[in-house]
Structures are given as structure tokens and as C-alpha cells.
Design a protein around this ligand. Structure first.
Ligand code: CA
Length: 220
């Protein structure tokens, strides 16, 4: 899952980015409204954390513009604690949820997980396909109850497929959602990761759809 953090406070931006990266997300960052607006308008993010008070272009204007341009990714706003008017404006502009500053990072992570699940119509933090279970809260994967150790790249790929279970996901989409903008985007890498995940799981739930990409299917 690829996220964008738009926050002008350098310490807060770093704390958020570190916590999100540790939690297994790929994170791009912006430090002002214009830069954030441009990234959110052009890159395919799974969710955005957007501060309201930003230099160059405020968060509300950024969000309004994204929504006008048809950008529908979930947006979690960061607001000042006692500015209820910020929250009202934010929701009216198209925000999906908010966290008031100062916040606990755990709360941001929990709200993000909920937004990401809701975006794909999934109510629980656990995903299943056949005997494979993936818990997006703990980052654990198991097959028939036995834990499987995946690297962070492998986990991200499997988690993305689990979130989009039921449809074909192209290699391009995976590359766009699993790597940040500086990554050398070679789609052969995806095949290598898929091969490793198949070996580690020992059951083949990742089907290759020729010419299109991958799709999860429970083994019959
Ligand atoms: Ca700010």
C-alpha cells in the first residue's frame, strides 16, 4: 500500500513516515500544499494523510481540488485539537476521517487501516483466501494456522492482492502501489516476489492471468 504524507512540520512528517514505513507501507512525503497537491493529483495513492495548516496551499483547498479532479483515495486529515470548524470544513471538502493533534501514532495507524479496508469494502482487519490468512493489524500471515515469515516486500505484495481479492491486478498497478517514486520500476521484480511468496506459502493462491496480471483464488 502506497501512502502520501503531507505535513509541513519536519519532525512530525518524519515521525509519521517512520511509523508508516515500519508498519509496512510505502510512503511518499510532501512538506507544503502545492507539492502535496501535485503528488496526490498525479500518483496513485491508496490513502493520504493531509495536514490542514500547510504553507503555499492549505489542506482544505488541496482536498477540494483533488475531489474536483475525481481523485477518490481515502484522506485522513490532521487538525488542530480545538478547531472544530477545521473538521467541518474538512469533511465538507471530502475528507474520510480526521485525527486531532497531538495524536498517538497508534491511532493514526488504526484509522488508516480502517480507511484502507473500507475503501475496498472489507469490514475486518483479517483477510482470507483458502487456507491463507493475513492480519493487517499485526502483519502476520499463516497457512492452515501455521505462521509464515515473509519479508516486507513479500508481505506488501500479498496484502495488496488480499485487499483487492476478486479482481485481476496488473503488474503495473502492483509496481505503482508497492514502491515509492524513486524505485527502479522493473515489473520482472514482481514476478520474482510472486515466485517467492508461492514457495513460502506452499499453496498456490496467486494465479497468473496471462497478459493481464495476478488474481487470488482459493485452491480447489
Ligand atoms: Ca501544519
Amino acid at each position: 500500500m502506497r501512502l502520501l504524507v503531507v505535513e509541513d512540520d519536519p519532525d512530525l512528517n518524519r515521525q509519521l513516515t517512520t511509523a508508516l514505513t515500519d508498519a509496512g507501507y510505502v510512503v511518499d512525503r510532501a512538506f507544503d500544499g502545492e507539492e502535496g497537491h501535485h503528488l496526490g493529483d498525479t500518483e496513485p495513492y491508496d490513502a493520504v494523510i493531509l495536514d490542514i495548516g500547510l504553507p503555499k496551499m492549505d489542506g482544505i483547498s488541496v482536498l477540494e481540488s483533488w475531489r474536483r479532479n475525481g481523485r477518490t483515495m481515502p484522506v485522513l486529515m490532521l487538525t488542530a485539537r480545538d478547531r472544530w470548524s477545521d473538521k467541518v470544513q474538512g469533511f465538507d471538502a471530502g475528507a474520510d476521517d480526521y485525527v486531532a493533534k497531538p495524536f498517538h501514532l497508534e491511532e493514526v495507524l488504526a484509522r488508516l487501516r480502517a480507511l484502507l479496508r473500507r475503501a475496498v469494502g472489507h469490514a475486518k482487519s483479517e483477510f482470507e483466501c483458502g487456507p491463507v490468512r493475513l492480519d493487517s493489524r499485526t502483519g502476520r500471515v499463516s497457512v492452515s494456522g501455521n505462521p509464515v515469515k515473509l519479508t516486507s516486500h513479500e508481505y506488501r505484495l500479498l496484502a495488496y492482492l488480499m485487499h483487492h481479492n476478486g479482481r485481476v491486478v496488473s503488474r503495473t498497478e502492483l509496481v505503482e502501489h508497492l514502491y515509492d517514486q524513486d524505485f527502479d520500476r522493473d515489473s520482472n521484480t514482481i514476478e520474482v516476489f510472486v515466485g517467492r511468496i508461492r514457495r513460502k506459502l506452499g499453496v498456490d493462491i496467486i494465479q497468473t492471468v496471462r497478459g493481464l496480471g495476478y488474481m487470488l483464488a482459493a485452491p480447489s
